[in-house]
Design a protein around this ligand. Structure first.
Ligand SMILES: [Zn+2]
Ligand SMILES: [Zn+2]
Length: 374
């Protein structure tokens, strides 16, 4: 479905929102807009839009593609697919399917282990690196899986035991009738924190947490054409989950140092070329900045202010279309001198006389006014 708003805007979440944030936002909006519960005539379309955003953002692979290039990159995977087949799931089904574990504490699903936090790494690269792509080594401190207990949290030789309160399910359920039908309220087992298992003999180095602080180094490959604000998501490279829970994602937020002379807009580049009136009139050979470095450019005689010289394929590579590059636009600005030497003025006056143009004499009214005004 075509929409001008980003999936993040539709769900009302930040771009770095984690899975729990996205689920929470979707749940809230679905409660408001699901056609089964909303009397609003636009509810069906609205819910479709919300569902589409959720289907993409809740899937790490599709979300990564979407973050980098928007819906265009999703191709056949599409945003609009309805995972429920024809029509909408019933309101009750929806909440059973998605949120049976969210009635109480987040992440309290059936014996499910909490996952590790997502991490964010801000990486600054140069303009040229962004254009060409580069591999960068990054390093940071993080909570990583404990090597002594392999993340279980149990001392070597011991094993975690099944929680007797919830019988290993990790959750305590209660069913109640509501206007919308049967609602299952689920809360995490407080004895085992929803994990279903209890560590009786904690591992020493991690104190039963299953993870320890560690310095980690990673090589990140930055694709050519990446731009300021893009994020690269490396799933599973975030913080380890407690006691063997799944690791979070690492988001590498890319910051690009601007080029001193080239302005970038997506895959297009712009270079402003100032010319004097003589150069624009008579033509010249001059230097321009390009991605590849300084280059000569010949300017034809009689070039008008505002002329745009387009150097095809000399812009920034497209992120998803390999081989394709944008253009470099050379924008001609003609500068009119505000200060003239005596000789220059004399030559211009001669030029005007020859062309039959009326010009003000030196020390004319306007010049004197300028002197008065300061
Ligand atoms: Zn350990
Ligand atoms: Zn329990």
């Amino acid at each position: 479905m075509a929409t001008d708003r980003s999936y993040y805007e539709i769900l009302g979440v930040e771009r770095n929102a984690d899975d729990a944030d996205i689920k929470r936002a979707f749940r809230k909006l679905a409660q408001q807009w699901h056609p089964d519960v909303s009397a609003d005539p636009g509810a069906s379309d609205k819910f479709k839009e919300i569902n589409e955003a959720y289907q993409v953002l809740s899937d790490p692979k599709r979300r990564q593609i979407y973050d980098m290039v928007g819906t265009a990159g999703l191709g056949d995977m599409g945003g609009a697919g309805n995972p429920f087949g024809e029509g909408f799931p019933g309101f009750g089904d929806l909440f059973d399917a998605f949120f049976s574990g969210m009635g109480g504490q987040a992440g309290a699903r059936r014996g499910r282990k909490a996952s590790g936090s997502d991490l964010r790494y801000d990486l600054r690269i140069t303009f040229e690196e962004a254009v060409r792509g580069i591999e960068k080594e990054i390093d940071f401190d993080m909570l990583d899986r404990c090597g002594t207990c392999s993340g279980t949290g149990a001392a070597p030789g011991s094993t975690p035991t099944t929680c007797k309160i919830c019988d290993g399910r990790g959750e305590v359920r209660s069913v109640r009738q509501t206007m919308l039908g049967q609602m299952v309220n689920v809360s995490a087992c407080t004895r085992c924190n929803g994990e279903g298992r209890i560590v009786d003999q904690p591992c020493q180095p991690c104190r039963g947490e299953g993870r320890v602080q560690r310095h980690k180094a990673l090589r990140v490959s930055i694709p050519p054409g990446i731009d300021e604000g893009h994020q690269i998501r490396l799933s599973g490279e975030g913080e380890a989950g407690p006691r063997g829970g799944p690791a979070g994602s690492l988001y590498v937020a890319v910051h690009v140092t601007p080029h001193p002379q080239l302005r970038r807009d997506g895959s297009e580049l712009y270079f402003e070329l100032p010319l004097s009136i003589a150069q624009a009139s008579l033509g010249t050979r001059t230097k321009i900045a390009t991605v590849e470095g300084e280059e000569d450019l010949e300017i034809r005689a009689g070039t008008q202010p505002g002329t745009e010289i387009r150097l095809r394929g000399r812009g920034v590579p497209h992120l998803r279309r390999s081989g394709a590059r944008g253009d470099l636009h050379v924008m001609i600005r003609v500068h009119i001198p505000t200060k003239l030497s005596k000789r220059q003025r004399q030559l211009l006056e001669e030029y005007a006389a020859d062309a039959g143009e009326m010009v003000l004499p030196s020390g004319g009214i306007l010049d004197r006014m300028k002197d008065v005004i300061g």
